[in-house]
Ligand binder design. Structure first.
Ligand code: CS2
Ligand code: MN
Length: 356
């Protein structure tokens, strides 16, 4: 297992690599280029500069999150083949610099969705939340809530220029139901997985956040059955998943522990996002501190499901709260995520010693 933290690069992240290096147990960062539009090839010179900077700080960069998928691939337009060819080239370029895992998602229109970016917890810390009265707002109001409260940071998957035309984007997806979206995902996988096998890269799909339909959009990465169908669609170790405990647990019908155990056993779980959420009522939730006592997940069981089934991939804490006066990119402050790392590694050490 390799512990990592996400880092948004020299322009987009105000946390220096040196600070990440000082978090005990963190060996690498999960990186990405943020100045390349979805659908374009990631240029070799930019990848090289990023990797060299990370290595110079004594860290690895073997995981990318995310190489985002162009809407034409998700919609399945005739233009998709051009974007898929670009994606293949990006995979090759990344493999040339030691990248082993690429995290991506297949959510139409938006990446994750939250309705409250500054939810205040009892201890005064700030977190993100999803409440259905928020979803009663109009589409434009919800988009505005997220964009206005991102503290000046560009949020991946929330490109303002793309979402300025959100209604138009919805219209483009109007003929795409779950069946079509799934077919388009499988088409994409059948094209790219052979390239991944050739260059030694593993794809790892991130679950939908939230894992059910919002605003009538189709959803195909919601639960155990969806993940199994995706893995079976192209039966290769290069076709795997990122299990985000927070996202998948937003639907209380999902058994996070069983899902973790099953895909770890199948050797398809390449990347784990481990965080806790607190379900409030009717699927409303907020993102809590990592330890079990603050949320709805038993984090010991989460780590046990990975450990006892031989997890050997990359792991990172996921969104943290804002504590100790820190400000910055929502979900990605240093302090609370560092506490998450320490806690998860503590659980892991206990599991290791118990079985020795
Ligand atoms: C992440 C996702 O920051 C987050 O919410 O867990 O946005 C994740 O990076 C993407 O969905 C993966 O493609
Ligand atoms: Mn996640």
């Amino acid at each position: 297992m390799q512990m990592t933290m996400r880092w948004f690069g020299p322009q987009e992240d105000k946390i220096p690599l040196e600070y990440i290096r000082q978090v005990p147990g963190v060996e690498g960062v999960v990186g990405a280029l943020y100045d390349v539009a979805p659908g374009e090839v990631w240029p070799v010179d930019k990848i090289k500069a990023l990797v060299e900077q990370v290595h110079a700080a004594g860290l690895t960069m073997e995981v990318i999150e995310s190489v985002n998928i162009h809407d034409d691939i998700k919609i399945g337009t005739p233009d998709r083949d051009r974007y898929i060819e670009n994606y293949k080239q990006t995979i090759r370029n990344l493999a040339g610099f030691g990248v082993k895992v690429i995290c991506y998602n297949f959510m139409p229109v938006f990446d994750w969705m939250k309705t409250d970016m500054n939810y205040v917890l009892a201890d005064g810390s700030l977190t993100m939340a999803f409440e259905k009265h928020g979803i009663d707002k109009t589409l434009e109001e919800v988009v505005k809530e997220v964009l206005d409260n991102s503290n000046g940071f560009a949020l991946p998957g929330w490109e303002p220029e793309r979402l300025a035309k959100v209604q138009e984007l919805f219209t483009r997806y109007s003929g795409v139901d779950d069946v079509r979206l799934r077919e388009n995902l499988f088409y994409f996988l059948r094209e790219i997985i052979p390239v991944c096998e050739e260059v030694g890269v593993k794809m790892a799909i991130h679950p939908d956040d939230p894992p059910y339909s919002i605003f009538g959009l189709p959803r195909v990465v919601k639960n155990h059955a969806d993940l199994a169908m995706i893995c079976d669609a192209v039966d290769s170790p290069a076709n795997g998943i990122t299990l985000c405990t927070g996202s998948i647990a937003e639907d209380p019908d999902n058994n996070v522990y069983e899902i973790l155990a099953d895909f770890t056993r199948r050797k398809r779980l390449h990347f784990a996002h481990v965080r806790n959420i607190k379900l409030i009522k009717d699927k409303d939730f907020y993102e809590s501190a990592h330890p079990s006592q603050y949320g709805s997940l038993d984090m010991y069981r989460v780590m046990q499901a990975l450990h006892d089934n031989g997890f050997d991939g990359y792991i990172r804490p996921d969104h943290g709260r804002f504590i100790w006066g820190e400000e910055g990119r929502p979900g990605y402050g240093l302090y609370d995520r560092a506490l998450g790392v320490t806690y998860l590694l503590g659980l892991w050490e206990a599991l290791e010693k118990k079985t020795q």
